[in-house]
Design a protein around this ligand. Structure first.
Ligand code: EN5
Length: 385
């Protein structure tokens, strides 16, 4: 059933017992293929430069029309160009890790990697690797088995940089997940969620009752809460790295990376810090903007969704901090606030009236065997965008 994945250094359930923790295959730099994998005729590789307006537009359109949908094909992710630049041009990015496949100048396939340092299971094990995302094949050529070639080609380009592991997530199950997490949703605009079919009314419910149930105050409650600024970077970096150490999977962030990933960018990433006394940042919250296109609806074209990113609470109760996140997101015009059941999120999901969604998110490590084969969602300390 997984013709391709069976050829890859991914443990299957029966092998898990006999493997020892660490890399599954040792990589040999001299053995890495020097030239790109062959494509069927008319298909060509290209490196995509997202700083270029036309190329960014091509990627935007491919993803908007062909990327991830929910199980019932009602919604499809609609990543903006600014978001893609944020997600794919972090410090240290390699130009040939943004890979396209074209047919007669038209982009029909895509896959990306970004460099990360991943800490795995204990604080000593840190591995420089790639985070893979945005694998997309145009709907009209799905029968051509292009996805395995895209995966093999980016793997080759990562190997050339002497890196042998990857981390990625997917809504579907392939061999072999290291964790299975669930999406939770908090309604911010009950009427619209019902109108687009994102949520449904039970027999005894009315729109008015739902609106009342999910009503939020006009302003956040936490004293000293404000948008993150450049001057906060050093403190946020310390708070973040210290916080993440408790998880079995987390990235180590440099100050440059925190600047990139956390400084607010309009309609991309929102980060708010708590500055209680003069100059001391004690907590922060963040969420990113990922709208979905509503596939067939007479009244609405888009759903505005905020996704919980990283939140660190050392002085403010986590429930209060995240309640403020909901209020801020509501005031920024979002219809729904989404979060996974990872990190410490279970501590606020129920109390703040999040409901489990019908979507799962599976986490994967390429060419790495864990000590504990499966991680619990609350042991995961990384969020991919
Ligand atoms: C790439 N590296 O399935 C990985 N979303 O629950 C990408 N469901 O929005 C992988 N089906 O449950 C992404 N409403 C995998 C996720 C793909 C998208 C996806 C799910 C996540 C989702 C919604 C809408 C379902 C529509 C029908 C959902 C019900 C909950 C509702 C929330 C509001 C309050 C009342 C209850």
């Amino acid at each position: 059933p997984h013709q391709f994945w069976e050829t890859q250094p991914m443990p299957n359930i029966n092998e898990l017992e006999s493997l020892k923790p660490g890399p599954i295959q040792e990589g040999i730099l001299a053995d890495v293929r020097k030239d790109p994998f062959n494509l069927i005729s008319k298909f060509e590789w290209c490196n995509v430069d997202l700083r270029n307006e036309e190329q960014a537009q091509q990627v935007y359109t491919l993803l908007k029309e062909n990327y991830v949908e929910d199980d019932d094909n009602m919604f499809r992710f609609d990543y903006s160009i600014d978001f893609l630049r944020w997600a794919l041009l972090p410090p240290g990015q390699h130009p040939d890790w943004i890979v396209g496949v074209k047919v007669n100048q038209k982009l029909v396939g895509f896959i990306t990697g970004i460099p990360v340092t991943l800490h795995i299971e204990n604080q000593q094990t840190k591995v420089k690797m790639t985070e893979i995302n945005f694998l997309c094949v145009h709907k009209k050529i799905r029968a051509n088995r292009l996805a395995p070639v895209l995966i093999k080609e980016i793997t080759r380009r990562v190997h050339i940089k002497n890196m042998w592991q990857a981390v990625y997530t997917a809504g579907i199950v392939v061999p072999t997940p290291i964790s299975q997490t669930r999406y939770y949703h908090r309604s911010l605009n009950a009427k619209k969620l019902i109108e687009v079919g994102f949520s449904s009314l039970s027999a005894r419910q009315t729109i008015a009752r739902q609106q009342k149930l999910y009503k939020l105050p006009e302003e956040p409650k936490t004293q000293g809460l404000r948008a993150m600024k450049k001057k906060d970077v050093a403190q946020v970096t310390k708070l973040l790295n210290e916080y993440l150490k408790q998880f079995k999977l987390y990235f180590k962030y440099t100050e440059d990376e925190v600047k990139h990933w956390f400084l607010p960018r309009k309609d991309v990433i929102s980060t708010y810090v708590v500055e209680k006394e003069q100059g001391v940042v004690t907590d922060f919250l963040s969420f990113y903007n990922l709208p979905s296109q509503v596939i067939k609806n007479p009244k609405h074209t888009h759903l505005r969704a905020a996704y919980s990113y990283y939140n660190v609470a050392t002085q403010t109760p986590i429930v209060q901090l995240m309640y403020d996140a909901l209020i801020l997101a509501k005031n920024e015009g979002y219809d729904v606030f989404n979060a996974l059941d990872i990190m410490e999120n279970e501590k606020f999901l129920k109390e703040l009236m999040f409901c489990p969604g019908d979507g799962q998110l599976n986490y994967y490590l390429y060419n790495w065997k864990l000590e504990s084969n499966m991680l619990k969602p609350e042991e995961i300390g990384i969020v991919l965008v």
